[in-house]
Design a protein around this ligand. Structure first.
Ligand SMILES: C[S@@+](CC[C@H](N)C(=O)[O-])C[C@H]1O[C@@H](n2cnc3c(N)ncnc32)[C@H](O)[C@@H]1O
Length: 442
């Protein structure tokens, strides 16, 4: 059981960085995870929590600073759970992420790549186009809070600004907070989901009681004044609908451009989209180059979402098949293909964590495969890889541990980990996004 223990402050020497971006030290033989500390530093730390196998602490004073330490760009960096590495230079963040990936590969027995790519970089602030912000009305203080959770707690940060969030929303947080505080059902607003395209912004308001007309009107008007679109969500994700004066409205689409492929991708605010638009564009270009796509190639895009890689691939290849678990996402992908007159793509809705015996596409040959699974990785489908005969596979990963596990499965099928690199999709957080190229029998 977790216990809050008011222990005296101690001086600690930080030995390493944990996967969630905390400093690791030892005190009387026990591991201590220290928020806000970097490897090599000597810090005075205050204990936050004592657990059976490890303790948790936070930095009170840095006595000997690491050369990687920088001033955090955010005033809430010490408390906000949205980021964990704001006090570390971007160079060092990326070095640490590459080391984390290399360590996972070693841990799972897969060899290191023959070649490391330079980290893929873009802007490190104002990048976040998707976010889920908590909303809570604190009765005692008679104040409504909007923000990310505090580190290791259920409390919300009273966020007035956020330098990593898209500035279209970040600069309006105080006004958003005030508007929500004025609602009749302010105590029953649970969260806001933010989604932004290149030009459009949408907010999905999750409300636990039916919206009174005046509140509905207030949400619509506030969003209209900002140039945004308001959505409501009364229950699960299927209940998300656009708010209009007369009830649920037609779904609008947001858009992001992929200029190199001459595409304008349409999506619904609840859809999965890559968080960082700049890195996304660079990542697609890099993936296509690493795949070495030729005009005669048949390509398989696994976990294809709304066609983020599929459509750029279709611009270069003979034919592309996209497979994805969500029916809505495959519909969106097909809609995007039609809007661009692309006839050499087909999409299949399929659970890729299950056996694929019956699927028509699964019995075919592919020259190239792109795979971009969720955090759990792609164990089931990776076991089929060699049956498709592809010479090259590009694996885009948001979890180095499952990438490393799947790399081992690919090695058993004769695929060599040729190239790998990290991509700065989530600057200032400990999330590691990476890309890896597997080549058959070389
Ligand atoms: C990391 S996203 C990548 C989406 C897309 N490649 C992109 O770049 O936007 C992973 C995708 O896997 C899908 N997915 C999750 N679990 C799945 C499953 N069991 N079978 C098939 N697809 C799944 C999600 O719906 C999501 O679209």
């Amino acid at each position: 059981m977790k216990k809050r223990v008011p222990l005296p402050e101690r001086t600690l020497t930080i030995e390493a960085l944990s996967h969630e971006g905390r400093g690791i030290a030892h005190e009387e033989g026990k591991v201590v995870f220290v928020d806000g500390a970097l490897p090599g530093e000597v810090v005075r730390a205050a204990w936050v929590r004592r657990q059976r196998r490890f303790d948790e602490a936070r930095v009170v004073e840095v006595l000997q600073a690491s050369p990687d330490r920088v001033e955090a760009p955010c005033a809430w960096a010490g408390v906000c759970g949205g980021c964990s590495l704001q006090h570390m230079s971007n160079e060092a963040q990326l070095r640490y992420k590459q080391e984390a990936l290399a360590e996972q590969l070693r841990h799972f027995g897969a060899s290191e790549p023959r070649q490391w790519l330079p980290a893929l970089r873009d802007t490190t602030l104002g990048y976040r186009r998707k976010a889920r912000l908590g909303v809570r009305y604190v009765l005692k203080k008679e104040r409504l809070l909007v923000g990310f959770r505090e580190k290791h707690s259920n409390f919300l940060v009273d966020m007035q600004d956020c330098p990593v969030l898209d500035q279209r929303l970040a600069s309006r947080l105080p006004q958003l907070r005030e508007m929500l505080e004025s609602l009749q059902i302010r105590q029953h607003m649970a969260q806001i989901e933010f989604a932004a395209g290149d030009e459009e912004v949408a907010l999905i308001f999750r409300h636990l009681l039916p919206l009174p007309d005046t509140d509905r009107q207030r949400l619509i008007e506030f969003c209209r004044e900002q140039g945004w679109v308001a959505y409501g969500q009364a229950e699960g994700p299927q209940s998300v609908c656009r708010l209009t004066e007369s009830g649920p409205g037609p779904d609008d689409r947001l858009h992001y451009a992929l200029p190199a492929a001459d595409l304008r991708m349409a999506f619904h605010p609840g859809d999965f989209t890559q968080v960082h638009a700049g890195i996304n564009r660079r990542m697609i270009a890099l993936a296509l180059d690493l795949l070495d796509i030729q005009p005669e190639h048949s390509v398989l895009d696994l976990f294809c979402g709304l066609g983020n890689f599929t459509l750029p691939l279709a611009r270069r290849a003979h034919e592309v098949i996209g497979v994805e678990g969500s029916v809505e996402m495959t519909e969106r992908a097909a809609e995007n293909a039609r809007a661009h007159g692309l006839r050499n793509v087909s999409f299949y809705a399929e659970d890729l964590q299950q056996e694929l015996h019956t699927s028509a596409w699964a019995g075919r040959h592919f020259d190239r495969i792109l795979i971009d699974p969720p955090r759990s990785g792609a164990e089931a489908v990776v076991r089929h890889m060699s049956s498709w005969g592809a010479e090259r596979i590009v694996y885009v990963s948001c979890n180095p541990a499952t990438l490393a596990r799947d790399a081992g499965l690919l090695a058993e099928q004769g695929y060599v980990l040729h190239t790998a690199g990290v991509m700065d999709m989530f600057p200032h957080t400990a999330h590691v996004e990476s890309i890896a190229v597997f080549v058959r029998g070389k």
